[in-house]
Design a binder for this molecule. Structure first.
Ligand SMILES: [Zn+2]
Length: 583
């Protein structure tokens, strides 16, 4: 436990979360937009005094450890290791699991491999030609060092000898990284004669590589690019190159430009467009979009304007919309990719990114270029392509905007487009499974529960104004809130935060839930009134509940035991009436 406390004492949760979420002061706490669910108005609260956070929208909450774990999708050992490093705490009592140690060793091997490739490129004679190649492509020495670009020598056992013979890593471990492949005659390097791009996770660990073949080592059998295989560390669908380096720019711009490959990224960075990542030829996955949604709310696709690029854009709409992000497209009409464009006109790249159009405008523009809308055939073709997209738009205002645009383009009334849309959507619905409504409904929260939380919120935020003595705790239900209030009444603490530190863990949770809640703003008089109002209603609800239980029991017991229960019922009724004066 010592390690955890040490780390917690040295890192401030408001500073830490503030690096990931824009926080604004809200009373004693801070609030911002929740990074764990999509929301338009902030319900994510952070407390400096309690060093906790809580989202009242999705329920996520906890301390700095839970935040980092959730945010980065890590296990606890990984979390404590990272945070201890950030806090400058040396872990002493931490007992890593076997699984954790294996993962650490794989990370270490990747780290060494990246150093090996980088050293080979920048310091050894075999790196001279590859360096020239990079220079010809416009890559600067600063970029080579910032991104730790490397070169995998064109031999069978360069890296494997370094890792296995020299660094003495067990073959089995090295093999697990996918960098070295075992064969009948021993082992050999996966990457040979390639420029190496280290692939980093969002924590800055190298978890894989992408290797680009060089013109003079290229033959028909070698792919232009090869990647690390899927390993424990590397999941292609969850990684974007080089998000670790560009995420700050993405957050600042609140948007990300998506290009195809590594060289497009490097060019874009040189041209000053820094909020950029590469999808590497594949379609944008749900996981990638989810990852990006942590940093920004607009995705700008800058894919080749060929049919493959258009198809990729169409596929992206669904995933991006599901994440409730905006989607725009950079129109690269001259058939150039970002890399080529930057080389000839770096300013133009900045310009076209700024001019990115809404994705539906992009499709309309493309359809218009491809078909002659003055002819019946042309109109039909455009409608056929665009109407299914119109049907997908969830925001009705945006949809209406494009219905009008399409109608204008085709020279018809908007109603005609709408009729065609409904005809097509009916066709689509047939055969589709009905949506499961039950899963979207959340559990109803009882009135009593809400009142109790409001009660504790008032007690915490207006501690000096409320008079706890007016509470008869025996008339409250047996809940965490009641336990906290009972303790406060007994201890009569001077400082409610100090008091909270003495609560057992299961009560701290409830305390924080209410501490992080934003209380209604009241005058002293209003606080007292509201406070007594709640106590009275809570008591009445509790007593009513007790009464119905007693009556139920009365119906079941033998006649000779009835007297006792009737007596209890009477007591409850008296207590109940004592609250009625407040109505
Ligand atoms: Zn949330």
């Amino acid at each position: 436990m010592g390690d955890k406390e040490d780390v917690r004492n040295r890192l401030d949760i408001v500073d830490f979360i503030g690096q990931h979420v824009v926080l604004k002061p809200a009373g004693r706490n801070f609030k911002g937009l929740c990074p764990f669910h999509k929301e338009k108005s902030p319900s994510f609260m952070v407390s400096s005094e309690r060093q906790t956070f809580k989202c009242f929208g999705c329920g996520a909450g906890g301390d700095i450890f839970s935040f980092y774990m959730l945010h980065e999708g890590l296990t606890f050992p990984e979390t404590i290791k990272d945070l201890a490093e950030k806090a400058g705490v040396e872990l002493t009592s931490f007992q890593p699991t076997q699984e954790f140690l294996v993962k650490e060793s794989l990370l270490e091997i990747h780290r060494l491999a990246a150093q090996f490739y980088h050293y080979t490129l920048t310091k050894l004679a075999v790196g001279k030609k590859p360096l020239e190649y990079l220079d010809n492509r416009g890559v600067t020495p600063t970029q080579i060092s910032d991104m730790q670009l490397g070169y995998a020598p064109d031999g069978w056992r360069s890296l494997s000898n370094f890792l296995i013979t020299k660094k003495k890593y067990p073959v089995e471990d090295v093999e697990k990284t996918g960098l070295v492949i075992k064969s009948a005659h021993g082992w050999y390097d996966r990457f040979r004669g390639r420029i190496m791009f280290p692939l980093l996770d969002t924590r800055g660990n190298t978890v894989g590589f992408s290797g680009r073949v060089l013109p003079w080592t290229e033959d028909e059998t070698s792919g232009k690019y090869i990647n690390s295989p899927e390993t424990e560390l590397y999941h292609k669908s969850k990684l974007l190159y080089p998000l670790y380096h560009t995420k700050e720019a993405v957050r600042q711009k609140n948007s990300v430009v998506i290009v195809e490959g590594e060289f497009d990224v490097l060019s874009s960075l040189r041209a000053g467009v820094k909020n950029v990542v590469a999808v590497k030829g594949s379609a944008l996955t749900e996981d990638q979009v989810k990852l990006l949604s942590r940093y920004c709310n607009t995705i700008i696709l800058a894919l080749d304007a060929d049919t493959a690029g258009i198809a990729a854009a169409k596929r992206a709409i669904g995933v991006v919309q599901a994440a409730e992000m905006n989607i725009k497209v950079v129109e690269l009409t001259e058939g150039k990719d970002p890399d080529e464009l930057v080389k000839s006109e770096p300013k133009k790249w900045r310009h076209v990114v700024k001019q990115a159009v809404d994705i539906y405008d992009f499709f309309l523009n493309t359809a218009q270029r491809q078909h002659d809308v003055t002819t019946v055939d042309g109109k039909q073709a455009v409608a056929k392509e665009f109407i299914p997209l119109l049907n997908q738009i969830q925001n009705k205002i945006i949809q209406a905007h494009y219905i009008k645009k399409l109608a204008e383009l085709l020279g018809v009334e908007a109603e005609v487009v709408e009729q065609e849309m409904s005809r097509q959507s009916k066709k689509d619905i047939i055969g589709r499974a009905p949506r499961d409504e039950a899963t979207t409904q959340s559990k109803p929260v009882s009135r009593l529960h809400l009142l109790l939380e409001e009660l504790l919120t008032l007690v915490i935020h207006y501690y000096l104004q409320v008079n706890l003595k007016v509470i008869s705790t025996e008339d409250l239900p047996d809940t965490a809130v009641t336990k906290i209030i009972t303790r406060a009444m007994a201890e009569q603490p001077k400082d409610i935060i100090e008091f909270a530190k003495g609560l057992p863990p299961e009560l701290q949770q409830q305390f924080d839930d209410c501490f992080l809640r934003e209380p209604e703003v009241y005058t002293d008089k209003q606080v007292t009134e509201r406070f007594e109002e709640i106590i009275s209603e809570v008591a009445k609800l509790t007593l009513r509940d007790r009464l119905s239980q007693l009556r139920h029991r009365l119906a079941q017991v033998q006649p000779d035991q009835r007297g006792h229960i009737e007596h209890q019922i009477n007591d409850v009724l008296v207590r109940f009436r004592s609250y009625s004066g407040h109505e």
